[in-house]
Design a binder for this molecule. Structure first.
Ligand SMILES: Nc1nc2c(c(=O)[nH]1)N[C@H]1C(S)=C(S)[C@@H](COP(=O)(O)O)O[C@H]1N2
Ligand SMILES: [Mo]
Length: 231
């Protein structure tokens, strides 16, 4: 078991190194990169441990809220319409439309883990919400839905996740940050927050969560960023 894991880790490192070399090259190698991305994806999925919890950060590690960067692709901070509610659909027994009040009635979970953005910054906040796995149970998500798609009202920003990462105990639909309702700059009224993915997978300004049999793309994923993007 240990040997198998080490071998897989070595393969992953090798794949990343080759991937980087291919990126630096000026020769067109799209086909090769596609194959490497597929290889890297298989390796990352094999390495992902759905039971392993990321360490919580101490209170002293909290980033002063005014220094926590805020990203959105819209030219202005996206604002939810007064009629906002989350649609949960796809392969589910009970397609649902949920308000934040509905979500607050489900078991609450809190997380204080580091946020990693591919642009090179990281920051820490406390996040409050409901586990995606509890929402999946509430709507009766079909086991054949191996993927979960998250969509937003921020110019259609979206991302598609593998089900094990979405069902991880540290993957939340967050309605709160640092003990307050989620600020507009950070995705109000509801965003995805997780200890197991890079920043761009954590869709803010959520409108829809869909349980699907196939992966879909995403805003950055469609521009060549890694689809799995595990931390
Ligand atoms: N709707 C939406 N979600 C998004 C983004 C975005 O532009 N729009 N940016 C992503 C990126 S790249 C990061 S690092 C985090 C940033 O979250 P923050 O603004 O709370 O720091 O949100 C992610 N989710
Ligand atoms: Mo990011």
């Amino acid at each position: 078991m240990r040997d198998a894991l080490l071998t897989r880790r070595r393969l992953l490192v090798g794949a990343s190194a080759l991937g980087l070399a291919a990126c630096d090259s000026t020769r067109p190698q799209a086909g090769f990169l596609g194959a490497m991305e597929r290889f890297n994806l298989r390796a990352q999925r094999a390495l992902f441990d759905p039971e392993r919890l990321a360490p919580e950060e101490p209170l002293s590690a909290l980033t002063p809220p005014e220094h926590f960067p805020a990203y959105f692709i819209s030219p202005e901070v996206p604002r939810a319409p007064a009629s906002w509610a989350l649609k949960v659909g796809g392969l589910v027994a009970r397609p649902s439309v949920l308000t934040v009040e509905d979500l607050r009635r489900l078991p609450r979970a809190d997380l204080r883990v580091r946020h990693h953005c591919v642009e090179g910054w990281s920051a820490v906040a406390a996040w409050h919400g409901v586990r995606v796995r509890d929402v999946a149970e509430a709507v009766g998500a079909d086991p054949r839905a191996g993927y979960v798609e998250f969509r937003s009202f921020d110019l259609g920003y979206a991302s598609s996740w593998d089900r094990p990462s979405a069902m991880h105990a540290q993957t939340l639909l967050a309605y709160g940050m640092n003990g307050e309702p989620l600020p507009a700059a950070h995705g109000a009224p509801l965003r995805l927050y997780s200890a197991v993915k890079l920043g761009y997978k954590m869709v803010k300004y959520l409108t829809e969560v869909n349980f699907l049999p196939e992966p879909t793309g995403g805003y950055w994923e469609d521009q060549g960023y890694e689809w799995f993007a595990g931390v």
